[in-house]
Design a protein around this ligand. Structure first.
Ligand code: URA
Length: 209
């Protein structure tokens, strides 16, 4: 269940994307705010036609306050550019707005958000969906797919390549998370998965045409 936080609605009038972006810094709906540097809200034009939804900010995103600026973001940027989706039509965000990690020495090791954290953060993703009203939503990886489908278990390989309709009428496409591509050890496997990722993004481009 989503923890309610009425003081957010008292302090902030959540009537625009800009207001939501400011209010998210006061979010206490789950404990992840305690460790993170800041909440990382989505970025892109308020009238974007396609919304890419990742998992959560990583180390660099947490420090910079912007989504997908690290290695995963580079993979995503390259694929968007390669298939020819116009950046001006793209809004990029995450299912969870705070970085979840485990400190290990000087490093901060990414931890996957649990379903409670994902559900708590749907509040903010819902606001982004409501204000941006994208025609197409692309779930990058299982956490985003869980959030958007409201299911605790999803299998990317079974869902990818099949546009689905969301409750608000937007089309949902599911694909892998770009970090997954970075973790594949052999070059051949990496190449193969990158091609599949690009094929999913090419489908996204065609759905927007
Ligand atoms: N991975 C994500 O899912 N989101 C980011 O913003 C960065 C890395």
């Amino acid at each position: 269940q989503q923890a309610r936080q009425p003081e957010i609605e008292q302090k902030h009038e959540l009537t625009s994307l800009a207001a939501a972006r400011e209010a998210v810094q006061d979010c206490r709906r789950c404990p992840l705010y305690e460790q993170a540097t800041q909440a990382v809200f989505g970025e892109g034009p308020a009238q974007a036609e396609v919304m890419f939804v990742g998992e959560q900010p990583g180390d660099q995103e947490d420090l910079a306050g912007k989504p997908f600026i690290g290695p995963a973001g580079q993979v995503l940027d390259e694929a968007i550019e390669k298939v020819g989706i116009d950046r001006r039509r793209v809004y990029v965000t995450n299912a969870v707005k705070h970085f979840k990690f485990e400190p290990r020495g000087k490093r901060r090791i990414h931890q996957r958000p649990d379903m409670g954290e994902v559900q708590a953060c749907r509040f903010w993703l819902n606001l982004e969906l409501q204000f941006v009203q994208p025609r197409l939503v692309v779930a990058l990886g299982a956490t985003a797919a869980q959030s958007l489908l409201g299911k605790s278990s999803v299998t990317i390989s079974k869902l990818r390549g099949q546009p689905m309709e969301m409750e608000d009428g937007a089309v949902l496409l599911v694909t892998n998370h770009p970090s997954y591509l970075l973790r594949i050890p052999d070059a051949e496997g990496r190449q193969r998965e990158r091609a599949k990722f690009e094929a999913d993004l090419a489908l996204a481009r065609d759905l927007l045409a």
